[in-house]
Every structure is written in structure tokens, then in C-alpha cells.
Design a binder for this molecule. Structure first.
Ligand code: HEC
Length: 187
């Protein structure tokens, strides 16, 4: 459908262009050979009008066909962009790298999390993250990610507010965060 449309535009442009060129060649070179006075005083105004008409038609054709072709390709470009951005909206983190991020950032000093081999009890047991997310009525990945970047957005009942560092939002890169979330949500 899109292909047919844009090739239609190409044809439209080519037809108008070809008509213009043929008209210019015939009236400028062929006719004067047989009738040196062409177009002559009587037809001069008509001839000029036809010339102007062709010029306007050519301009209009370029504007109409050229523009719509650009819009069509812009539409493909935005659909391509939106599909790639929806893909990047849910980056799939690397759980193995996430384990290193967990250790390096001292998460285990406050949290129990079996896959990381930690057993601290300052903060909630992260082995139960899935049920915490349900309790908070949030999708797991979103809950985990927000809990890390904005710990006070949701406080786990029974645990203190303002104890979990609020610096991870700026200290972790997007990749590190995605990896960490993958590690936690897998465990
Ligand atoms: C100084 C202690 C401390 C450190 C370090 C810490 N946290 Fe926390 N964390 C807490 C406390 C306390 C809570 C409970 C209060 C809340 O929900 O914000 C919590 C809550 C959470 C929650 C939400 C759990 C829920 O049910 O609400 C997640 C997920 C989490 N932490 C992950 C991490 C990760 C990942 C790290 C390392 C990058 C980390 N924490 C480092 C103390 C800490």
C-alpha cells in the first residue's frame, strides 16, 4: 500500500515533468522550424499563459507529490522509531552482571537475598520481592526499579522510611539498574 502510493507519486511527478519537457521542446524547437513566426502576435499571450500554466503545474506537482512522499517516509520513520523505543522501554538486563552490581553497592548489608548469599535484616527480604510487588499492586519489574531509584515512593510496611540510600538513582547507570532489576526479579 505504501509502496504503491509512493511509486504513484513518482509517476505523477514524472508525467507532469515529461509533459513540460515535451511541450518546451516542441514549441521551442520543432514548431519554429515550420513556422518561424510561431507563436505570432495573435497567439503570443496564449502561449505565455500555457508556459506559466505548465510552470505552475510542475511546481504544484513537486509540492504535492514530493511532500506526500516525504510524509509517507516520515510515517515509516516514526513507526520504526516507536517500535525501537518500545523495545528500549523494557531493557532486558543481564542478571549475572546484576549480581556484581548488588554486591558492589552494598545492598547485601541491609537485605537478605539468597542468590547473592546475603542475610541482613535491616531492609525487607528481597527473596519475597514478587509478593511485595503484588502487595503494592505494581508490576514486578517496575516495582523493583522504582524501589531502588526512589525508595520512599513505597515503603514496605514494618520497615523504616529513609534508611535505604536514595543515591542509587544517580549513582547507577541505566544498564546497571536494568541488570540489577533482572538479577532481583529472577531470584
Ligand atoms: C542502609 C540499608 C539499605 C541499603 C544499603 C539498601 N537498602 Fe534496599 N531497603 C532498605 C530498607 C530499610 C527498605 C524498606 C523501606 C522501603 O521500602 O523503602 C528497603 C527497600 C528496598 C526495596 C523495596 C522492597 C519493598 O518491599 O518495598 C528494594 C527492591 C530494595 N530495597 C533493593 C535494594 C538494592 C537493590 C540495594 C542496593 C543497590 C539496596 N536496596 C540497598 C535498606 C537498604
Amino acid at each position: 500500500m505504501l509502496y504503491a502510493l509512493s511509486s504513484g507519486h513518482k509517476i505523477g511527478l514524472a508525467v507532469v515533468g515529461a509533459a513540460f519537457i515535451i511541450f518546451a521542446l516542441v514549441s521551442g524547437m520543432v514548431i519554429p522550424r515550420y513556422s518561424p513566426n510561431f507563436p505570432g502576435p495573435r497567439w503570443r499571450n496564449v502561449y505565455i499563459l500555457v508556459c506559466v500554466g505548465f510552470f505552475a503545474a510542475m511546481l504544484a506537482a513537486v509540492l504535492v507529490f514530493g511532500k506526500e512522499k516525504k510524509e509517507a517516509s516520515a510515517a515509516t520513520a516514526t513507526s520504526a522509531a516507536s517500535s525501537s523505543s518500545s523495545a528500549s522501554a523494557a531493557p532486558s538486563g543481564n542478571a549475572a552482571n546484576g549480581k556484581a552490581v548488588f554486591t558492589a553497592n552494598g545492598c547485601g548489608a541491609c537485605h537478605t537475598f539468597k542468590p547473592a548469599g546475603s542475610s541482613a535484616t535491616v531492609g525487607p527480604d528481597l527473596d519475597k520481592l514478587a509478593s511485595y510487588a503484588k502487595q503494592a499492586k505494581q508490576p514486578l519489574a517496575q516495582f523493583t526499579s522504582t524501589s531502588i531509584t526512589d525508595p520512599n515512593a513505597y515503603i514496605q510496611p514494618g520497615y523504616p522510611k529513609g534508611v535505604m540510600p536514595q543515591t542509587f538513582k544517580s549513582s547507577l547507570s541505566a544498564t546497571q539498574l536494568a541488570d540489577l532489576v533482572a538479577f532481583l526479579d529472577k531470584g
